[in-house]
Design a protein around this ligand. Structure first.
Ligand SMILES: [Zn+2]
Length: 99
């Protein structure tokens, strides 16, 4: 496993641990509020990290060089990470939603 994968996995694990710790510390809290807050923070950090550099011809930044492109990239990642999750489908899903 290279450093990039290790950092990716560590960041994802830490985010889940933070949510679990927060839920433990606030047993009265709505789990959805904690998850939405965590998602808002994650998206904020992701957008911060994807600001294009000052070179308009930069090939590295080309896929994230406009707000529309960044949103497309973000949606792609959301779809991918959702499908990779053990919780992508729930046993309690309405059957009508299974495709
Ligand atoms: Zn760049």
């Amino acid at each position: 496993m290279d450093t990039e994968d290790t950092l990716f996995d560590a960041a994802a694990e830490q985010a889940v641990e933070l949510a679990n710790r927060f839920a433990d510390e606030h047993p009265e809290a709505d789990m959805w509020d904690i998850a939405d807050g965590l998602l808002a923070g994650a998206i904020h950090y992701w957008l911060y990290s994807r600001q294009p550099c000052e070179d308009p011809m930069c090939e590295d930044c080309a896929p994230v060089s406009t707000v529309e492109l960044r949103q497309m990239e973000l949606r792609k990642l959301i779809q991918q990470f959702s499908e990779d999750s053990d919780y992508y489908r729930a046993p309690t899903d309405s059957k009508a939603n299974w495709s």
